[in-house]
Design a protein around this ligand. Structure first.
Ligand SMILES: Cc1cc2nc3c(=O)[nH]c(=O)nc-3n(C[C@H](O)[C@H](O)[C@H](O)COP(=O)(O)OP(=O)(O)OC[C@H]3O[C@@H](n4cnc5c(N)ncnc54)[C@H](O)[C@@H]3O)c2cc1C
Length: 438
């Protein structure tokens, strides 16, 4: 074994920051050594969870598990190691006419992270979670053995690992299905909604669309509460594109990417700048309705265009608070949540509303259930815990739950859906925090 070497580690929210041992290995033998020689281990993918889910006493980083194993181009089935990023899958698959069935709002997540959080996209109401398209994966369990998990083999471990937040072992590789596409473009409609009644009506009217999502200005109050823009989209067919784009429909032009070079000073993001950003975002679309074609990067990953955008929150970091409220109480619950935020003075720079469809009862550790989900970013400051406590109370009152992969300070009762994952070997700081809060 290599000597113990501690380093500062944090995830996307830059909160919390810990000093722990992190190791990456590319051979299964060495990973086994690491697992067997440490009391508490947790796997980490690309650190795109916001809080403490992939932090632990001894962290195994899947960075070196970065190989593609096979790609069945006829049937759209791909197999790769768990550290491969979804961005790398897309680089290979899109030019061949395949896209991910389910993608989160950033493509910089690893395959292992996507399974362990059972991520969802803008199409949960239509196409479910990432796990729906997983055929099998290899898992290293507590004694270092490697087992194959699927719907037919080691099924208990298969379902416990999906959404299991790394607590059942280390996912080493996985095989999953891709979706056929004719082009790398999306036919998009953006519709401005003046308030919460209108945006909920638009979501209902758009249930036949594959992708729907709304950006919400969470600082509005009174009759404007819920002011937002709904975006809905479908993969575009070749005949719908302009002659220029149709010539090479699966290849996108290289774009310039921006980078946030340093942590912004704490004062930059304040109630005024958040209000100003929200105003600009709402007014940049002058028409009530806009129909256009955009490339998949613009539609699915607008935030990825700015590298290290998380630094705008400053060194103290930020949290993302994401909850789901049952559909029938969705509007009422969201209204109360938005009112509480507007009154707190702790504005969220980015607030995103989505609709979840029915959950898969077998995937009992997956976060989504039928309802509305809102994700909010908050800068860490001395008032934040009080706001999170208030939001937790509302989520509990409406029978909702919070998303573990975003969490770093919520009440444990809202995360009770995580089951059958108790292990003395695979332990995260998040899980310890949750158990201690009970
Ligand atoms: C800008 C942004 C937008 C996002 N949008 C969405 C969204 O729309 N929908 C959504 O569902 N999520 C979203 N997320 C969250 C993100 O998809 C998840 O947190 C995802 O799990 C991160 O993957 P990762 O590879 O970075 O894993 P990490 O963040 O490193 O780890 C996440 C979890 O996976 C476990 N894990 C990682 N690798 C392995 C492995 N090899 N074996 C076992 N367990 C493992 C960890 O232990 C941890 O519990 C977003 C995140 C960002 C930053």
């Amino acid at each position: 074994m290599k000597p113990n070497f501690k380093q500062k580690i944090t995830n996307w929210g830059n909160f919390p920051v810990v000093e722990k041992e992190m190791r990456s290995e590319d051979s299964f033998e060495k990973i086994k050594d690491f697992v067997l020689n440490h009391n508490e281990v947790i796997a980490r993918g690309n650190g795109r969870c916001y809080g403490d889910a992939s932090l632990g006493e001894n962290i195994f980083s899947s960075k070196k598990l970065n190989k593609f194993i096979s790609f069945d181009r006829l049937n759209g089935i791909i197999e790769c190691e768990s550290g491969v990023l979804l961005s790398e899958v897309l680089e290979i698959s899109v030019p061949q006419g395949y896209f991910l069935y389910v993608t989160p709002g950033t493509k910089f997540v690893s395959l292992g992270g996507a399974i362990a959080s059972d991520v969802h996209g803008k199409n949960h109401h239509a196409e479910g979670c990432f796990s729906e398209y997983i055929l099998e994966f290899k898992l290293m369990i507590e004694n270092g053995d490697i087992i194959i998990c699927s719907r037919a083999e080691n099924t208990e471990k298969f379902w416990a690992t999906i959404g299991g937040m790394g607590l059942t072992g280390v996912i080493l590789s996985a095989k999953f299905k891709l979706k056929n596409i004719e082009t790398a473009y999306i036919r998009q409609e953006s519709i401005k909604a003046e308030n919460i009644d209108e945006i909920f009506r638009l979501f209902e009217e758009s249930e036949n669309w594959t992708y729907t999502v709304a950006w919400i200005d969470c600082l509005q109050r009174g009759k404007n509460i819920g002011r937002s823009i709904l975006m809905r989209g479908e993969h575009a067919y070749r005949h719908e594109l302009s002659a220029n784009e149709a010539e090479n429909p699966l290849v996108l032009k290289k774009k310039l990417s921006l980078t946030v070079p340093f942590y912004f000073p704490g004062f930059v993001l304040n109630a005024f700048s958040v209000r100003f950003f929200n105003f600009l975002y709402y007014t940049k679309q002058s028409k009530k309705e806009l129909k256009n074609f955009v490339d998949y990067e613009t539609f699915f990953y607008p935030l990825d265009a700015v590298t290290d955008w998380n630094k705008i929150y400053g060194k103290s970091g930020f949290i993302q608070y994401q909850m789901v409220i049952p559909k029938e109480k969705g509007k009422e619950g969201m209204k109360k949540i938005l009112e509480t935020i507007a009154n707190s003075g702790n504005g969220s720079f980015l607030a995103v509303l989505k609709l979840f469809g029915k959950s898969n009862p077998q995937a009992y550790n997956s976060f989504p259930f039928e309802g509305y989900t809102l994700a909010l970013d908050f800068k860490v400051n001395s008032k934040l815990k009080k706001l999170v406590d208030k939001l937790d109370e509302i989520v509990q009152e409406f029978g909702g739950r919070i998303y573990l992969t975003k969490d770093s300070m919520s009440r444990s009762c809202l995360t009770d859906y995580l089951k059958n994952v108790q292990s003395s070997k695979f332990v995260s700081l998040q899980h310890k925090r949750i158990l201690n809060n009970k």
